[in-house]
Design a protein. Structure first.
Length: 154
């Protein structure tokens, strides 16, 4: 998208962690130019999840989707020159943002799928550690006595 990543992050931070329907409503009423493009990107991600559930046979519930990850990274920069008074030229940069949205599914309890821990899970025992060798500390070195300076000859 031809927008600076900083401006895109303002909109993406509004929808991080929200449910898909809530994120779509937020984008619909956001007064930023990039919000329309982010809305299209979110709709594309929803359509991809729908494709996975219908065509590929994966079990995806579209009602439990939420925005897990939303990032705007720097893209290549276009360097441009604008004419300036007295034969000078002003250099400026047109920034490009790479937008990325990841959707995930929450179960009914609001916990992300695949992160619920089971009660019967055993923790691995730590390997016994060897006793550490004792290190003797050396006494600080004594300072040498400073001798008298010889007087300069005239």
């Amino acid at each position: 998208m031809r927008v600076s990543p900083q401006k895109a992050r303002l909109v993406l931070n509004l929808i991080k962690g929200r449910r898909v329907e809530e994120a779509r409503n937020t984008l619909a009423f956001t007064k930023k130019r990039v919000a329309a493009t982010v809305g299209k990107l979110l709709q594309s991600a929803i359509d991809n999840a729908n494709f996975l559930s219908t065509e590929k046979g994966l079990d995806v519930d579209l009602d439990n989707l939420y925005v897990k990850h939303a990032v705007a990274n720097d893209g290549p920069r276009m360097k441009r020159i604008r004419p300036a008074p007295m034969g000078r030229a002003y250099h400026y940069v047109r920034r490009i943002a790479h937008l990325e949205i990841v959707l995930a599914e929450k179960n009914r309890n609001g916990v992300p799928v695949g992160t619920a821990s089971t009660a019967g899970e055993k923790t691995a025992k730590a390997a016994p550690s060897r006793p550490k060798a004792k290190v003797k500390a050396k006494a600080p070195a004594k300072k040498k006595a400073v001798g008298k300076k010889a007087t300069a000859k005239k």
